[in-house]
Write a protein that binds this ligand. Sequence first.
Ligand code: ATP
Ligand code: SF4
Ligand code: MG
Length: 338
Amino acid sequence: MTSDDLTPRTSTRPLLEVRDLNLDFSTPRGHVHALRNVWLAVPAAQVIGIVGESGSGKSTLAYTVMGLLPENADVTSGSILFQGKDLLKMSAQARRNLLGDRLSMIFQNPMTALNPVRTIESQMIDIQHHEQGSRNEKRARAIEMLHRVGIPDPQSRIQAYPHHFSGGMRQRVCIAMALLVKPALLVADEPTTALDATLEVQIIHLLKDLQKEIGCSVLFVSHHLGAVAELCDQVVVMYAGEVVEQGAVRDIFLNPAHPYTRALLECDPGRIKKSTRTLPTIPGEVPSLLGSKVGCIFRTRCRHAYSRCVQENPVEYRIGFDHVARCHLLDDKRLVPA
Ligand code: ATP
Ligand code: SF4
Ligand code: MG
């Protein structure tokens, strides 16, 4: 492929654009640089998966977009444009107004989102505070949505408390609440990780159906590559706080360009053909995120690392339409920087 064949990554303005985002957590041991120069675009009505090992910064990115960071977090530079406006420059009140209206979130643990001492009914009515309509109309919408996510007998179940539901049913209630407000962007941080495999498949299909129906975009964080392949249009691969590769789901799964993405796919239980007692893992450990780093962040675990990887942090290279990766090997193949 020549540089003339390559088209810019986005032709129309994406719904969400993260630009050169850097974030530190202050800790007694020093500053943990948890997000490094993160770039990301979420087009309208698309599902973007974020994958990477534990500690790669997936949740930190999701919570930064939602404005739900702990007090020791500090966004040191960058911007997050949502519908063209920088979320990081908005007042706290303006950001709160977006939550539960244009922006919704589903958490790994449904109890994070549900109030244990209030009925599902009162919580589902309250969440519609931005919407027009009487209490009865809002109740009817809530029942319809509970029905839609597969809660049996929603007319009476709506009066129950969260602890009356099983884990899988509670997560369905959370999906119903998150989508009831018809958000433009749904952020889902490991929404199926706590569920068994059968329930996970059901929830993924449900999310996909509802996303199409509502036409929202989804930022879907998951360890489960099979779920990402099933649900997502595009995939963002994170390692140690950096986005190392992103592209259409086919590019990432069939033509991965970054050594880390390849290693991650090789360790995916869903793709291992031979029977084995121990699941493979990527040798070595995610590096400490304390302080600044020189060179490629993956170099201590990369079997292709060479002298340049120690001295220089790779820039992003465009491999194809929508497909970019950060690795010096791509420069040696004479690809154009993105
Ligand atoms: P997992 O797959 O385990 O959920 P993750 O990719 O979501 O991992 P994050 O939770 O975003 O990773 O963490 C990224 C890095 O930031 C890790 O090194 C983590 O220890 C650190 N970190 C996260 N929250 C804090 C905090 N409140 N204070 C200090 N460090 C933090
Ligand atoms: Fe490996 Fe070097 Fe590429 Fe980093 S830049 S992924 S160390 S080859
Ligand atoms: Mg996480």
